[in-house]
Design a protein around this ligand. Structure first.
Ligand SMILES: NC(=O)c1ccc[n+]([C@@H]2O[C@H](COP(=O)([O-])OP(=O)(O)OC[C@H]3O[C@@H](n4cnc5c(N)ncnc54)[C@H](O)[C@@H]3O)[C@@H](O)[C@H]2O)c1
Length: 425
């Protein structure tokens, strides 16, 4: 008998929800997107363009969508970080299961509140930790499960945000002011901590962290640089962060933040840069997000791990050392060998290379994870125990605890006992 497609509704129709909608639209026998809410009519129009004519009910806000009752099996929540928990709890009370964008919340107390409410109501919540669904991390996990490195001893991961990406999102953009969004280690690196948690496969026990915002501040502003790149900057043209790059090699960012999108004519982009946050000099912003941070973790099974987040590299890298061998993967390996993963066994020093095929995106994007998540979603919904979904709320709470504890450790300059931290919260 043919399966009935899962129905999806959405609130917050920014880049994330539109990506999932676009993918769902390519799998009409598995998913139907039936309703969407956003206060910005242009975003609802973009949603309508992705779907068969007349198939989408639109609403001007989440309030209106909720007032219409339960309209679908799953609600996708793609609002900004500070507005995840409230609509998620409301949706679950209406009977929805939820596909919730990361981060779950902007503080750990709210993460716990959501976890408890989901358990009380028996709702299924999948967090969009899309890296778990990439061909790359799927292969790393299966190689480790096969025992290619023996018993894992240490995990080292690097997340190179990339300088212009840092400037766009974490200096000028939505996540620049931590107090209005989430700490950097959550906003950008909850994915990386989640992967470490998945690979370590044991409860995390202790967390320490160091980091600061050292570069993107007034101390590094070129002499005479005005508050906006559009105000006649003496280093315009040679500065890597010149906002005029949005007219050229960095134009692709416009699709997420500028209503005109990448097709807009240059004069409207110039006009927008004169007033929008993305026209500001990166050394003269109100940003508080760190541009470097390291996190040290120890797990109950004796694995130790380290994550380095830096604005000053591009892409993710991974080094896993075990009792029988070493697995290196990601950007650093690709750069030097042309392969995705290199596995070396200690005793014979033989190196085996592994490669993955990414259907969409690359390491710099989500490495095929957006597709992977949508491709897995209906199967995840079949799992009898929702906690067993690859990126379930229950699993994601564990990695969010690591991230929020890391931020406390960094700010308070102390080592956090994770069990005590969770109990306190
Ligand atoms: N999984 C990932 O890899 C990944 C990547 C980037 C961003 N994110 C996360 O996804 C979320 C969304 O990011 P984005 O870039 O799509 O954001 P965005 O700012 O482009 O979109 C958010 C949308 O929410 C809408 N909105 C605001 N209030 C609303 C309300 N009351 N009801 C309905 N809609 C409302 C806004 O108008 C906007 O269109 C963020 O939390 C972000 O951190 C996840």
């Amino acid at each position: 008998m043919p399966k009935t497609p899962l129905t999806l509704a959405a609130i917050g129709c920014g880049g994330r929800v539109r990506t999932y909608t676009e993918l769902a639209a390519t799998m009409p026998d598995r998913y139907r997107v039936v309703a969407a809410a956003d206060p910005d009519p242009s975003r609802l129009q973009l949603m309508e363009k992705l779907l068969p004519v007349g198939s989408l009910r639109t609403f001007a806000s989440d309030r209106e969508l909720f007032a219409a009752g339960k309209l679908a099996d799953i609600l996708m929540i793609g609002t900004q970080d500070a507005y995840h928990v409230q609509p998620c709890i409301e949706a679950m009370r209406l009977g929805y299961d939820v596909l919730l964008e990361k981060p779950i919340a902007t503080n750990f107390a709210e993460v716990r509140a959501l976890e408890l409410e989901a358990a009380r109501l028996g709702r299924r919540v999948l967090i969009c930790h899309v890296l778990r669904y990439t061909p790359f991390y799927t292969l790393v996990k299966s190689l480790l499960d096969e025992g290619v490195v023996g018993k894992i001893a240490t995990i080292n991961a690097v997340e190179g945000v990339a300088p212009f990406h840092q400037a766009h999102s974490f200096v000028r953009g939505h996540w620049g002011v931590v107090e209005k969004s989430s700490p950097m280690i959550i906003a950008k690196c909850c994915h990386d901590l989640d992967i470490i948690s998945w690979l370590a496969d044991a409860p995390c026990e202790q967390v320490s962290s160091f980091g600061s915002l050292d570069y993107f501040n007034v101390a590094h502003a070129p002499a005479g640089a005005p508050a906006r790149c559009t105000d006649g900057c003496p280093v315009a043209g040679t500065c890597s962060y010149d906002a005029h790059h949005y007219l050229g090699k960095e134009r692709h960012w416009l699709q997420w933040v500028f209503k005109g999108g990448i097709e807009a004519d240059d004069e409207s982009v110039r006009e927008w840069l004169r007033t929008s946050p993305w026209g500001r000099c990166v050394y003269h912003c109100d940003n508080t997000a760190v541009d470097r941070q390291t996190v040290n973790l120890s797990f109950a099974n004796a694995i130790t791990a380290n994550l380095t987040m830096t604005a000053f590299d591009n892409g993710r890298s991974l080094e896993i050392r075990g009792t029988k061998g070493v697995l290196l993967g990601g950007n650093a390996v690709k750069r030097f060998t042309g392969h995705d993963i290199a596995v070396t066994t200690h005793h014979d020093s033989q190196t085996t290379y592994h490669d993955v095929t990414v259907k969409e995106g690359a390491y710099q994007g989500h490495g095929g994870g957006d597709f992977g998540l949508m491709d897995a979603l209906d199967q995840e919904w079949q799992k009898p125990n929702s906690a067993d979904m690859r990126s379930s709320l229950q699993r994601s709470v564990e990695s969010h605890a690591m991230g929020f504890a890391a931020e406390v450790a960094r700010v308070e300059k102390r080592v956090i006992n994770l069990r005590a931290y969770r109990t306190e919260v």
